[in-house]
Unconditional design. Structure first.
Length: 237
C-alpha cells in the first residue's frame, strides 16, 4: 500500500500546482497501526532471512553464502590463499547484496578459533584477537576453506540439497549445506537482533551425541539469575 502526503495550503497557486485526480482510491489509514504492522513484517523478514541460523546446518544465510562462494572459487583446503577482498566481492555480487563490511565481519568471525569451535575459514593475516582488536582490512588478508568447511559441503554436487535462484536470478545457491548434523549443530552462531533478541546456544560433541542440554550458563547469566531472585551474587565468577 502506498502512502501519499499532501500539504494543505490556502494559497491558490499551491492548489494549482497540485494535480487533482478524482478517481484515486485513497483510504484513510491509522499511522500508528500501519507502522506497527509494517515494522513487524520487517522484523520477521530480518530474523527469518538474515538473523536466525537454519536448524538443519546451523548457519546464517551470509555464512552459508560465504562458504558456497569460496567453494565456487575453488578455495579448497589444499589450494592457495586468495584475497578476502575478492571473496567479499563475489559474495556481494552473486549471492548476498548487502554491505561489504558486514560480509567481511562474518568472514573474519568464521576464521577466529576463539569465536568458533570449528573454524570453517583458514585465514592468513591479521584476523583480530580475543582482546577485541579488529582484523586488518580485507585488501590485506587472505583466506581459504578449512577441512571442516569441506566436510560441510560434502555431497553438495550429488543432489543432496535443493538449490534456489539468487537475488538476481543469475546463479543458484543451496538452501542448506549437506554437512553432518553433529558438526552443523556445533556451528550455531549468535543471532542478529531486530524486535526480538534470538540467540542460539553453542553445543559440544558430548551434548549433541547424548541429546542433552547445551553448556551450563555463563557467570554473567548466573549472576543475573541470582540478583533477580534476591540472592547474593558474591562468589560468582
Amino acid at each position: 500500500m502506498l502512502f501519499r502526503v499532501c500539504c494543505v495550503s490556502k494559497d491558490p497557486w499551491d492548489k494549482a500546482l497540485l494535480p487533482v485526480r478524482r478517481d484515486d482510491n485513497i483510504q484513510p489509514v491509522d499511522l500508528k497501526a500501519a507502522l506497527e504492522e509494517r515494522y513487524l513484517a520487517y522484523a520477521l523478514s530480518t530474523i527469518m532471512h538474515r538473523a536466525l541460523p537454519d536448524v538443519r546446518d546451523g548457519l546464517k544465510p551470509v555464512h552459508r553464502r560465504i562458504i558456497h562462494a569460496m567453494s565456487e572459487m575453488g578455495l579448497r583446503p589444499n589450494s592457495s590463499f586468495k584475497k578476502c577482498a575478492r571473496i567479499v566481492g563475489d559474495v556481494i555480487g552473486k549471492f548476498h547484496p548487502h554491505g561489504d563490511q558486514s560480509v567481511y565481519d562474518a568472514l573474519v568471525r568464521l576464521a577466529q578459533d576463539f569465536s568458533q569451535r570449528y573454524p570453517v575459514v583458514d585465514g592468513q593475516g591479521n584476523f583480530g584477537n580475543i582482546d577485541g582488536d579488529n582484523a586488518a582490512a580485507y585488501r590485506y588478508t587472505e583466506a581459504k576453506m578449512t577441512e571442516v568447511a569441506a566436510l560441510l559441503l560434502e555431497g553438495i554436487d550429488q543432489d543432496a540439497v535443493d538449490f534456489r535462484p539468487t537475488y538476481n536470478e543469475e546463479d543458484q545457491e543451496p538452501t542448506v549445506l549437506p554437512g553432518p548434523s553433529r558438526i552443523c549443530w556445533q556451528m550455531a552462531p549468535p543471532a542478529l537482533r531486530s524486535a526480538w533478541p534470538p540467540r542460539s546456544r553453542r553445543t559440544t560433541p558430548r551434548t549433541v551425541r547424548r541429546g542433552a542440554a547445551p553448556h551450563p550458563p555463563s557467570g554473567r547469566e548466573r549472576r543475573g539469575s541470582a540478583l533477580r531472585s534476591g540472592q547474593s551474587a558474591e562468589g560468582w565468577h
